[in-house]
Design a protein. Structure first.
Length: 156
């Protein structure tokens, strides 16, 4: 066997291997672009670049929207608690019909409502809160309900 024949056989085998490799790569490209209507890699990369740009814009819009939602949630009522009590201790008149209810946001801003029920009248009080404190004098029950509402707020 001559050296020329060995070189020819080697080139034929290499050509067959390379042809098989090209066919395999073509199948992978077709599988990769299946269903996209794209016929070559250049179009595929352009489409992917466009999709990535659109996805980046959507991500930025989503982040802005979540920041707005978080800001609005911080100002929303997050803690609501009610305490019922009997203002006429020991007399048994009216039972636990009186109550204090606190409505507060994460920062302790809001309002506490109180009602005192007696046999012949009902008194209702409203006291604004700022940072869990009111400029008006608070009853023991109102302070307790504010503390319960404060403890019920879950912050991350």
């Amino acid at each position: 066997m001559s050296i020329d024949l060995i070189i020819i056989y080697t080139l034929v085998v290499l050509s067959i291997i390379l042809l098989g490799w090209i066919i395999r790569l073509e199948k992978k490209i077709k599988l990769f672009t299946l269903g996209t209507g794209i016929t070559n890699l250049e179009e595929l990369f352009k489409a992917l670049r466009t999709d990535i740009r659109v996805l980046g814009e959507w991500k930025n819009q989503s982040i802005d929207m979540f920041k707005q939602i978080d800001t609005r949630l911080q100002k929303s009522i997050r803690g609501v608690e009610t305490v019922r009590f009997n203002p006429f201790k020991g007399t048994g008149v009216g039972g636990n019909q009186s109550f204090a209810t606190a409505f507060i946001d994460e920062k302790g801003n809001g309002v506490v409502f109180s009602s005192l029920h007696a046999r012949d009248r009902i008194s209702i009080f409203s006291k604004p809160l700022s940072n869990f404190i009111s400029t008006y004098e608070l009853s023991e029950e109102e302070r307790a309900v504010i503390e319960k509402a404060k403890n019920s707020i879950k912050t991350v």
